[in-house]
Design a protein around this ligand. Sequence first.
Ligand code: SF4
Length: 327
Amino acid sequence: MGTLLRIKNLKTHFFSAGRVIRALDGVSFQIEEGEVFGLVGETGCGKSVTALSILRLIPFPPGKIIGGEIHFKGKDLLHLDEDEMRSIRGKEISMIFQEPMTSLNPVFRIGDQMVEVIVLHQRLDRSRASRKVLEMLQRVHIPDADRVMNQYPHQLSGGMRQRVMIAMELSCHPLLLIADEPTTALDVTIQAQILRIIKEMKNELQTSILLITHDLGVIAEMCDRVAVMYAGSIVEEAGVEEIFESPGHPYTQGLWGAIPRVDQERETLSVIPGMVPDLSQLPPGCKFHPRCPYRFAPCDQSTPPLFQISPGHLASCYLYSKGETDG
Ligand code: SF4
């Protein structure tokens, strides 16, 4: 298995009313072939901007990718022209959103929309594309798929629409699926079904997944490795078991302490003091230092690099500065 996606020092900023909002401030990570990589953090930390930057869908103005590299199968996506990018979107990299209606067209039948995607990307004739649509809808366990093909999006429930989206986005067998909060709008039972379908499809099609969520339960259930984002940067990265058992960064420890766990008895849940910083006025040094109970001399002076806590476990925190830095 090789590396499918490698992001290096990615910076995406938004320029508004004389302010520069540093939504991504030097993000680096990589996703291996066949891996499920989780990106977790609070709302506004830069998770979705990361996804849109990978697909080069940042609206300009006000947003712009101002630096970094996004290597996908060895090609830097930031150096491709728009035609080349269009042939990658939907075919090699697909994305599903929290609200499927952002991608489904309300005035076309489900079958017609899916056929268009397959004809465009796979160059099949319409009758073969139509058979493929039926097969994909059946694979995501849509009962009565024939009937659903003739329905409009508003006639389906939220869970059914999300299944349709998964079927549509995976119909071209992408190498990478970006799933941005795919189950947040669904109730718990449907959420579990959708996660199971994503997992099944990933195993059948060998698709890598970038799973974006603020839900730690979803991360624990689905991911191989996890990165934690805070204020536009990755502050910790590790294998999923390691990061839940031994979170290293004080922010990750705060996040973990704020969720109830059935395997641990706790009198109270902890709270991270203070507020997430304004991305146009980030504090100097470690961005978490105004809220960190462990801050010490270097923390407000310079940004901590990623230090290695153990093999494959990195944290951007001076508490680990005796370890090795990551490249
Ligand atoms: Fe806290 Fe300093 Fe580590 Fe930042 S670098 S998380 S302020 S100890």
